[in-house]
Design a binder for this molecule. Structure first.
Ligand SMILES: NC(=O)c1ccc[n+]([C@@H]2O[C@H](COP(=O)([O-])OP(=O)(O)OC[C@H]3O[C@@H](n4cnc5c(N)ncnc54)[C@H](O)[C@@H]3O)[C@@H](O)[C@H]2O)c1
Ligand SMILES: [Fe+2]
Length: 433
């Protein structure tokens, strides 16, 4: 493997990668098993988290029934805020603190699962300051003081793969930015992924999720290779996010292929269950991929795009507050990033383009992938770059200021970029057609 050009080593650099276990169940009909798994994990009194929309769906009853059939007492919290904030997390944490639960089940998209991940940590080990567990530089990134109660995560979307990662994301209202909690302890004990849950998913959410999956996969595939990190002094201290590695490569290329074959189809025909099932699997594969490799610029820059939102509201999401759906906040940056980084990592940009089903017509590295993606974005109704989300040239400094702060993600690139270069990339993302 070392001989692969992309994984070339330098002296004292990392030479191994770690695959931490994923405990995921994938299959149509699997939601009816939640009770059996909860019981197996020792749960008797469960807090079931969901959001106001998902809790009205048939799948919510399926999970509730399944838990009760396994003689588990259930209390429900159905008020999870979409694109959660520190304020909404606090309300969800209070619910868990007010009772003596011995486990958690989350049923919903990334908003619900992330909320429940934070709840499992904060309610068990309340920090002195809310930011104590939040990633640096905003917070202290403190580790969990002990083990957490079991948490079964049941995704009803397919974009975030939150069920298999150690990350929870929320809007930190005071600073107008998204913040992350990356903590090994909050990875759910298991994920139960039932593609049937996607039947009711609104088309615009399918589009945003598909774009999120695609970007997870390409960003991981073009991330700084694990061999470019220094090896840890103590081998037990390998980080969760290690950079591109042969295992993440495998997952991500297949995820890109599945997106290429199924996303446009699934949006053109909402009754095409086969396409939705494949998208669900793509989401899982990309999640396993970025769970070890890590994302890079499009996600790093997306925190600014969603954090600085003025009045954008998207069809298919609750209209109670302006919000930029995560998948859109990410993908508006991606073509510009591909154009910029393509020359640094040409073979991988080309291979990603081929996996998406594009043809090598000899254009400069990154351009084939960027143009192919722009075509898909336009076809499936993604907003036209930053302009489509309500930004203009005058916002470039503010976007750069906030995006630049996301060091952990921004630095996971094959070559470091300067602040001025990030501004250039944002400028290139203003509009695409
Ligand atoms: N933890 C991670 O690793 C990670 C990664 C990426 C994104 N995120 C976060 O996840 C959030 C986005 O999550 P998301 O894209 O999964 O969507 P979401 O949870 O925000 O939900 C989007 C909309 O779809 C609705 N919905 C969800 N499932 C449905 C279904 N089956 N049928 C009908 N409607 C349904 C919701 O009610 C909501 O209105 C963001 O906050 C983002 O920052 C987390
Ligand atoms: Fe994402």
């Amino acid at each position: 493997m070392k001989n692969q050009h992309h994984l070339k080593q330098t002296k004292r650099s990392e030479y191994a990668f770690v695959l931490e276990g994923n405990n995921e169940i994938f299959g149509t009909g699997a939601l009816a098993e939640v009770g059996a798994h909860a019981k197996h994990l020792g749960m008797r009194r469960v807090a079931l988290y969901s959001d106001p929309q998902v809790s009205t769906l048939q799948i919510f009853d399926t999970v509730l029934k399944s838990l009760r059939n396994s003689h588990i007492k259930v209390s429900t919290f159905t008020g999870v805020e979409i694109e959660p904030s520190d304020r909404s997390l606090k309300a969800a944490i209070r619910f868990a603190e007010d009772d003596d639960f011995d486990g958690f089940v989350s049923l919903g998209g990334g908003s619900v699962i992330d909320t429940c991940k934070a709840v499992s940590l904060y309610a068990s080990y309340p920090p002195r300051n809310f930011l104590d567990y939040v990633n640096q530089p905003l917070g202290q990134a403190l580790p969990a003081p002990g083990p957490l109660k079991p948490h079964i995560a049941c995704p009803t979307t397919f974009g975030t793969a939150s069920e298999c990662t150690s990350v929870a994301i929320f809007n930190f209202i005071e600073l107008g930015t998204k913040a992350g909690i990356s903590n090994r302890a909050i990875k759910p004990s298991m994920g139960i992924i039932d593609p049937e849950a996607l039947i009711t998913l609104p088309t615009p959410v399918v589009a945003a999720n598909g774009m999120d999956v695609f970007s997870h996969a390409v960003e991981s595939y073009t991330a700084r290779p694990f061999t470019q990190r220094p090896a840890p002094e103590d081998p037990v201290n390998r980080p969760v996010i290690q950079g591109a590695n042969p295992f993440s490569d495998l997952n991500c290329l297949e995820a890109i292929r599945l997106i290429g074959e199924n996303l446009v189809k699934a949006i053109a025909d909402p009754d095409d269950f086969d396409a939705r099932e494949k998208l669900s699997f793509a989401g899982l594969l990309a999640g396993i991929g970025f769970g070890t490799a890590g994302c890079n610029l499009p996600h790093g820059m997306s925190y600014a795009v969603s954090g600085l939102v003025r009045d954008f509201r998207a069809r298919g999401w609750p209209q109670i507050k302006p919000l930029v759906p995560h998948g859109f906040a990410v993908i508006v940056n991606s073509p510009s990033v591909f154009r910029f980084m393509g020359p640094t990592c040409p073979a991988r940009h080309l291979k990603a383009a081929m996996a998406l089903g594009l043809v090598d017509d000899g254009r400069v590295p990154g351009e084939i992938l960027a143009a192919g993606l722009i075509d898909i974005m336009n076809t499936i109704g993604v907003p036209n770059g930053l302009t489509g989300l309500g930004y203009n040239e005058n916002d470039l400094d503010a976007l750069t200021e906030k995006g630049w702060k996301q060091r952990r993600v921004v630095e996971n690139t094959v070559r470091p970029i300067s602040r001025e270069e990030m501004r250039e990339i944002f400028a290139g993302a203003l509009r695409y057609w």
